[in-house]
Design a protein around this ligand. Structure first.
Ligand code: GTP
Ligand code: MN
Ligand code: MN
Length: 607
């Protein structure tokens, strides 16, 4: 074991609390050496990873990596929020006593990094100087170099972010473990992803992939952040954040919102098509996955994206669906692709929905590293890329990133939208002015149960505010916290529910989606501004057909429009029964939420 003190001195890491923490875990994990990293080390670390074969070149200044084939997604059943207070137990947070979990993790991590380097990653999940900065700093310890490279892209990394913060930093320990012997998905699963929320300590063991390993993003940026936000008066949500400027009036509207994972946040935030609507609007990107939201001294609601990069789903990303994403991962961007298909000869990458499947199979390997040309006939149709394969790129690479994306004061939030995947019932957009009804709508957000996930047709897998996998305290307290924070704002945001996924009898999507989603959002801004009045229904205000900008939409969409601009009352009444059961799980849910539920139910009965 090297001299940790000397290494920390050389790196200029002076914060005594951080130093003590690093030495403590270096001792437990048994790492052979300690290295403090900053964003400035990126080029050197990339070269080391290439030399070690951990990364492969994917054209000029782009890189390719594979994760272990049983380690390709978050593992919700192995993810736990632990505290010392049983009142923190919720329906979704897998709560366990901290006293039970901490020794387990220490045991798993003991000696588990022998022979490896322990990288020290001081990071900030916020632009420097933001009002929530105190809650945004952390120090991740990891024994995996690829995790360092991902963290450098996804957060702000360097000792300067933590030296002056005293003990106000999240302790985030990541140990990869022996991936080939962890029993992933079996009854003998050895992985544990634990956030000890009331001690601001994250202990993740047994993965090197995504949110399991980049601890700034989900474990801190969402789970720990949400817990801290609850205790300190702000909101932390799995939300995208974008700005739309109406060039005619000069007004700018910032909209944030939650869609369950894989339901279109990244696509919506990055890729609206301002040119499609007569060049009247200018759309700016702030964030695609996380927003921290607070009430400013002026009583307005403010929000910011704590991340420094995008970890986007690769599948179906192409020039048509998301040209902005494609532009942000071109050669020279430093982008990293994980678990897509790779060509060992040309260094190209490919995934399902990228475009034409290459016909010349020479050099192509699938995400597991198997040679496509050698596939057995029965495997011929297997996807080349893993469905959850991702690209990682920094915000600065996104062509329409907002000029003020690093402004410490954040941006005013005018609208909060929720969107699920719903094949029927849920219209294109419905606006909700009442705060309790807006929060109620968020709590009853969901995505369609897939056939695999014990789903009944038409029954949602509820995902409150899209936070189900990231909940860190009880849902009843979460609802009360939302009402408290938005209640404190003197300028209220408008709420809305959107759905890009309604289908026809033949299974086709009734709305073209993607870049066209700017149209309903424009309507929402006009509604907020009193330019359109819409139609009041039991579940909110819907656009009148003529209020939507329909220019350039195809015949089929125009024919389908009346369906997605109407309310199927019997289906909604059935849904209200499901919602009642869903909400009844949350013991102590604020009465205001139940009142909102009963108001909507009554309005439906009278419709
Ligand atoms: P996470 O990053 O996992 O939190 O997910 P996300 O919400 O960012 O989802 P993402 O934007 O990556 O979209 C996931 C899937 O939804 C992709 O397969 C997209 O092609 C599809 N999708 C996104 N927007 C639309 C849309 O407007 N219409 C349709 N039909 N599909 C869409
Ligand atoms: Mn995303
Ligand atoms: Mn996400």
């Amino acid at each position: 074991m090297v001299d940790v003190e000397r290494t920390l001195d050389e790196a200029g890491l002076t914060n005594p609390h951080v130093r003590e923490y690093v030495a403590h875990w270096a001792n437990i994990t048994g790492a052979e050496r300690v290295e403090v990293v900053s964003a400035a080390d990126d080029a050197r670390l990339i070269q080391e990873a290439l030399d070690a074969g951990e990364l492969l070149p994917a054209g000029e200044g782009r890189y390719y990596s594979r994760s272990y084939y049983k380690d390709t997604a978050r593992a919700e059943e192995r993810t736990i929020v632990a505290t010392s207070n049983e009142a923190d137990k919720g329906v979704y947070n897998n709560w366990k006593p901290a006293a039970e979990m901490k020794p387990k993790l220490v045991e798993l991590m003991t000696g588990a990094s022998v022979g490896k380097t322990m990288y020290v990653i001081p990071y900030l999940m916020s632009p420097k100087g933001s009002p929530v900065e105190k809650f945004a700093a952390g120090v991740e310890l990891t024994d995996n170099r690829n995790v360092v490279l991902q963290m450098i892209r996804m957060s702000r990394v360097g000792v300067e972010y933590i030296n002056d913060l005293g003990n106000d930093f999240v302790r985030a320990v990541h140990v990869t473990g022996d991936l080939e012997n962890l029993g992933q998905g079996t009854p003998d699963d050895k992985r544990y992803f634990v956030t000890v929320a009331d001690e601001r300590t994250i202990l993740h063991f047994g993965s090197s992939y995504g949110g399991n390993a980049l601890l700034g993003k989900i474990a801190h940026g969402l789970r720990q952040g949400a817990y801290d936000g609850w205790k300190n008066g702000f909101l932390v949500e799995q939300f995208m954040l974008l700005g739309i400027t109406d060039k005619q009036t000069g007004k700018k509207y910032n909209i944030c919102g939650g869609f369950p994972s894989a339901s279109g946040k990244t696509n919506l935030a990055m890729t609206l098509a301002p040119d499609a609507l007569g060049d009247r609007y200018y759309v700016e990107f702030y964030g695609d996955d996380i927003a921290w939201i607070w009430v400013g001294d002026d009583g307005k609601l403010y929000g910011m994206n704590p991340e420094n990069g995008v970890f986007g789903v690769a599948k179906d990303t192409n020039e048509k669906t998301n040209p902005t994403a494609i532009d942000s991962i071109v050669p020279g961007t430093g982008a990293i692709f994980t678990n897509v298909a790779y060509n060992t000869v040309t260094q190209e990458v490919w995934w399902e929905g990228r475009g034409e499947k290459p016909t010349d199979l020479n050099g192509w390997e699938d995400w597991k590293g198997e040679v496509i040309a050698d596939r057995a006939p029965e495997n011929a149709d297997d996807p080349w890329a893993h469905p959850n394969s991702r690209f990682t790129t920094t915000l600065a690479n996104v062509p329409n990133v907002a000029k003020d994306f690093e402004a410490p004061e954040g941006v005013e939030i005018h609208g909060i939208i929720f969107g699920g995947r719903t094949r029927d019932r849920e219209p294109l957009i419905r606006a909700i002015k009442d705060v309790a009804e807006g929060v109620y709508d968020g709590l009853t957000l969901g995505a369609e149960a897939t056939a695999a996930a014990d789903g009944l047709e038409g029954v949602l897998r509820y995902d409150p505010m899209s936070m189900r996998p990231f909940m860190s305290y009880s849902e009843a307290d979460y609802a009360a916290h939302w009402l408290e924070v938005i209640g404190r704002a003197t300028t209220k945001p408008i709420f809305a529910h959107v759905n890009w996924f309604q289908r026809g009898e033949d299974g086709r999507f009734l709305w073209p989606g993607y870049r066209e989603n700017l149209r309903p959002l424009n309507w929402l801004m006009q509604f907020l501004n009193g330019e359109v009045e819409g139609v009041q229904t039991a579940v909110g205000v819907l656009p009148k057909r003529e209020e939507l900008n329909l220019e350039g939409l195809d015949e089929q969409t125009l024919a389908d429009l009346d369906t997605i601009l109407s309310i199927d009352v019997p289906r909604w009444q059935q849904e209200m029964g499901f919602r009642e059961k869903h909400l009844a799980q949350f013991e102590g849910l604020p009465e205001e939420i139940w009142e909102a539920h009963r108001r909507v139910a009554k309005a439906l009965d009278e419709a």
